[in-house]
Design a protein around this ligand. Sequence first.
Ligand code: HEM
Length: 151
Amino acid sequence: MASLGEADTSSGVVKYFSLDEVKKHNSCRTTWVVIHHKVYDLTKFLEEHPGGEEVLLEQAGSDATESFEDVGHSSDARELSARYLIGEVHPDDRKIKDEDVLITTTTTSDSNQSSWTSLLVPAAVALLVALAYNVYSSSTTADPLGPPPTH
Ligand code: HEM
């Protein structure tokens, strides 16, 4: 999957914006959105957007990552986004999102664990059956009358 355009690193400085700052740019006069923690100024792109300006205005001033990804934008669209990149969300303002990722990861490893357990249970049952069969067959092959009298 192609990634979104990187911030202009030619100057070596990334500009950080707080979410409060992004929120202020929520109109057609100034339209900022956040996609994958990056801040885009889409004001000049509104009329050019093939998906229409309405959808962008709906997301103006907020995190549009989910909507952007839901559409399944092409790699061309992702490259184009670099033109409108103005900075990144301040790391302090990403905290909640990072925790979200953490929860997702934990859930994933949980489900891995349960798939392990689901393999272990039948394996343990199979082992028990094998053991029971061993005990059963050794008790039936032994002479039920015991050894013949010696005298
Ligand atoms: C930097 C931001 C964005 C850029 C550069 C961009 C660019 C594009 C481009 C080039 C297309 C044409 C189809 C493609 O190549 O994938 C497109 C379609 C579309 N975009 Fe965006 N877009 C951006 C943000 C968004 C956001 C935030 C939303 C949702 C709120 C959105 C919703 C749509 C929709 C609904 C279509 C139409 C899809 C279709 O007709 O199948 N876009 N966009």
